[in-house]
Design a binder for this molecule. Structure first.
Ligand SMILES: [Ca+2]
Ligand SMILES: [Ca+2]
Length: 412
């Protein structure tokens, strides 16, 4: 064996040894990785069985449950309602970041006012402080984000926080308040501790995006009060009717509101019957209870396919630009007023908001009409036949498109 052959042989042996070492190393790495992955799985599984928070909501003595989803309370516009929220954890809590959705049912029916922490120490000092409180528009309603933090040392922390949320009733419409568990969170003093949020009175299957929610329905009913009864007669023009209204639409359903900003009054009547007159206008008589005297009332009218229109006087006229818009009411209801006669028909209530109405006139309304083309059930015609000629087609679509281009939205 010459030097070169020897070298080749040694080199071959070295290669084999090297491969064995590399192979062993790879197996070791793979084993370590597997152990690592197993450990990851283990820690994930541990997190799933970790600490949890039971969250429940109530109004007065009423706590919603999976079968009792509604708390009926009595109140009038201007009244304050108090919703109690209880979060009880299996471990100590340092902070909670909770989300509440409200006004999904009645747009602008209630307004958030304040949070009050009820969990206190022996010195009667609240254990948690609100550090972030924000209301934003969400999902055609409002979203309240509320962050409560406890600055106590670990052994002084509490494993529960009770607090109240106060809301002011703005209208006589029903309202709902929902605890939105999905984005809500809670933390404790131990790092990486993830609390599972468990609503205690959650609804059953819900096909909207707000799974695991709590509902409190506030059905406020007139309960006497200081006000009196006022009969409001209105004559209204609903687009597109200009001179005569087909028989099928001789009665349509709309909404009438009486609003006074100075007295924080908002009286609302839905499902009001408007009856067609021979000149293409509609008339309705609406009775409002608990009306307080004020000099700044305004009337809001919304039709079945229409955006809401505000009227600040009893006999409004279009301006030279062909439009009528106003911001502050000047209709007086005095202490002796028992009826008002409003001829609003010089100004048309524009088309725009198709059922299910959400206060906004946009592409979704246009799509609703388009998707109903040539459908013939009376339910479909009620939604999509805007000119009431018995067919849903391009004529209805064009009418709506023409009004949408003017950029109307509900005037509130
Ligand atoms: Ca709409
Ligand atoms: Ca039609």
């Amino acid at each position: 064996m010459n030097t070169i052959q020897k070298w080749h042989k040694q080199s071959h042996i070295s290669t084999v040894v090297l491969l064995v070492i590399v192979g062993l190393a790879l197996s070791l790495v793979s084993l370590l990785l597997q152990i690592g992955i197993k450990q990851t799985y283990k820690s994930k599984a541990a997190a799933q069985t970790g600490p949890s928070v039971n969250v429940s909501m109530s109004v007065g003595d009423c706590v919603t449950t999976s079968t009792n989803r509604s708390c009926t309370i009595t109140g009038n516009p201007g009244d304050v309602i108090t919703v109690k929220v209880s979060a009880v954890a299996t471990e100590k809590l340092s902070a909670t970041n909770f989300f509440f959705n409200y006004n999904q049912v009645g747009i602008n029916s209630i307004a958030y006012e304040a949070v009050t922490v009820l969990t206190k120490d022996t010195n009667n000092t609240p254990m948690f402080t609100p550090v972030f409180e924000k209301v934003r528009d969400f999902n055609e309603g409002k979203l309240l984000q509320l962050t409560l933090v406890s600055d106590r040392s670990t052994n002084e922390l509490s494993n529960q926080v009770l607090f109240t949320l106060t809301f002011r009733l703005l209208t006589a419409d029903p309202a709902n308040i929902i605890f939105v568990s999905a984005p809500s969170s809670a933390v404790g003093p131990i790092a990486n501790y993830k609390f599972a949020l468990l609503p205690q009175n959650e609804l059953g299957t819900d096909n909207d995006r707000l799974l695991k929610t709590l509902h409190i329905a506030v059905n406020h009913q007139g309960s006497g009060g200081n006000g009196k009864t006022v009969e409001l007669k209105t004559k209204v023009r609903f687009n597109p009717f200009t001179n005569s209204v087909p028989q099928a639409c001789s009665t349509i359903k709309g909404k009438v509101q009486l609003v006074s900003q100075s007295t924080n009054t908002r009286l609302s009547k839905s499902n009001v019957s408007f009856t067609a007159n021979t000149d293409g206008t509609f008339s309705a008589t609406t009775q409002f209870d608990n009306v307080v005297a004020a000099p700044d009332y305004q009337i809001l009218i919304k039709g079945p396919h229409h955006t809401q229109k505000r009227f600040c006087v009893l006999n409004p006229q279009n301006g030279t630009n062909g439009r009528y818009n106003c911001s502050s009411g000047s209709i007086t209801i005095g202490t002796t007023t028992t009826s008002l006669d409003a001829n609003l028909s010089a100004v048309a209530v524009p088309l725009g908001d198709i059922a299910v109405q959400n206060g906004i006139a946009d592409m979704r309304d246009l799509l609703t009409v388009k998707n109903l083309f040539y459908k013939t059930t009376s339910a479909d015609l009620t939604v999509g036949d805007l000119n009431c000629d018995g067919v849903i087609n391009g004529a209805d679509y064009s009418l709506l498109l023409g009004e949408l281009q003017k950029g109307y939205a509900d005037e509130n």
